[in-house]
Design a protein around this ligand. Sequence first.
Ligand SMILES: Cc1cc2nc3c(=O)[nH]c(=O)nc-3n(C[C@H](O)[C@H](O)[C@H](O)COP(=O)(O)OP(=O)(O)OC[C@H]3O[C@@H](n4cnc5c(N)ncnc54)[C@H](O)[C@@H]3O)c2cc1C
Length: 577
Amino acid sequence: MIKIHQFEAIVVGGGGAGLYAALALSQAKVQTAVLSKLYPTRSHTGAAQGGIGAALANKEEDRPEWHMFDTVKGSDYLADQDAVEILCKEAVTTVYELEHLGLPFNRTQDGRIDQRRFGGHTKEFGKGPVQRACFAADRTGHMILQTLYQQCIKNEVKFFDEFHVVDLIIEEQICRGVIAYSIETGELHIFHAKAVLFATGGSGRMFKITSNAHALTGDGMAIALRNKIPLEDMEFFQFHPTGIYKMGILLTEACRGEGGILRNKNGERFMERYAPNIKDLAPRDIVSRCIYLEVRDGRGIDGKDYVHLDLTHLGKEVIEKKLPDITDFVRTYMGLDPVKDLIPIQPTAHYSMGGIPTNVNAEVVWDEKNSVLKGFYAAGECACVSVHGGNRLGTNSLVDILVFGRRAGLSMAEYCKKTEFSPLPSNPQTKIQAQIEQFKSKSNGEKISTLRQELQETMMDLVGVFRTEAGLKKAQEKVRELKKRFQNISLSDKSQVFNSELLDALELGNLITLSLVTIASALAREESRGAHYREDYPKRNDQNWLKHTLATLSEIGVELKYKNVVIKNFQPQERKY
Ligand SMILES: Cc1cc2nc3c(=O)[nH]c(=O)nc-3n(C[C@H](O)[C@H](O)[C@H](O)COP(=O)(O)OP(=O)(O)OC[C@H]3O[C@@H](n4cnc5c(N)ncnc54)[C@H](O)[C@@H]3O)c2cc1C
């Protein structure tokens, strides 16, 4: 017998977006459960290092309007400006709310929340860098997650930890719940709900070198896609400039915010040539491309594909007090000391700008006209509001997950109060059950790890920082082949209890699906914008491409449609830094 649970609201994901939504729901007295494949405080939000952007003006003059301008310019004008306005205005109230919930921010001398510089954040519409990132050392995300989790427990949110959600239940355009696999017992459970939120995080595990945790396999996005919901702007995937060489482990942008410098093999501060105004603090898409260009022109260190991050001039006290975690990483993983050594870095796959399309109330919208799918919500990295457009600025994801996580909770609460439960269809689990049995029944098939490695290498080499038509077509062919071979995988572990191999299989299926959509969207977009750089179309083309991609997946492959960008005060301009 399959277990059926009933809650008014189901939140899938215990990261910052999910927990803030759950907190808002519980405060509104809506019966809420959070399902998470990880123990909530292990969510990737806990790995966020550098900070959360909000124009508090604690260190110098700052305004939400300047934050809006930077976000839109950073996005290469693809962000929806109505959503950006909400993001930047509510950033301020959200940071104060977090402070009141108990978050231990770093402080200024006079006791206010301390702030530091971050890439692409400027004053007076681009005049020079501004101190806007609020932080708790380089453990900002960890503190956010702990604070919100404690508040959820206090408000009696019910948690189902280590429940891996495998499908949505949607009938007649109304979402009625989810199906989850209990990792502990191997049983499927049905969660019947009035409203479901996906806050399942990113999909960086598509790529070989990534800052993303192992669990970031884009499950929520892939499940939505399988349920005929399009994904928006999936061609835009951000590479963060400073990953530890070969490992991809992130060294926060706060390193450069505190004054760190990138140097090539001649010791030259090469960003001065590319972005004379804000130099090392240019947005990530630009800095990542510059690193690749330095390497291509023979200025990588020792002729290899990396450059140096130099923090040595910051002094021991700043390094150890304001960047303690990354100092530990460098000492532990590289045997180097940032106080006196240069650190080898290369760009690392970091953040998915694309995702499940939503409106500003986190309601999922499924077509070019932004029609709402009743009862289904998305927030955080798995969603696309879109506030990041073609490229996200550092510190803006933590703002996004909290502002729109909270808004999701509030709009779900309102919906739950005026809506009855829609009945469940009979046996909604049949399809996923058959899939799981198929995985378990095969022997001597393909190995999951082999397919995953081939996928990650293909995506890294051909769908990374630089792209071409020929490369994307080659990647498409390869990933289609992997999709076929995936039908033939077999598991060596056939057991019910803690079968992590089965989870790997489900996750690999999701990564393959998302890769196909990413490649098709990138192939179609014949221009360069934000993180999507086509060597064969190096210019931005607003006339043809100032629009969002909507990709759906059917039996015949990926289908693409487009929708308008919301433009308000900031007209597209050339993007110079
Ligand atoms: C190393 C690193 C440093 C970063 N630093 C910063 C920073 O300083 N500032 C900033 O703004 N941004 C930063 N980011 C980005 C930011 O941290 C993330 O985009 C953000 O935390 C995502 O939050 P989320 O709530 O959407 O998802 P996550 O925190 O990733 O949580 C996802 C949740 O979904 C659950 N889940 C996923 N799939 C399933 C499933 N199938 N079933 C059940 N549950 C599921 C997981 O268990 C998890 O609880 C950083 C990212 C990384 C990787």
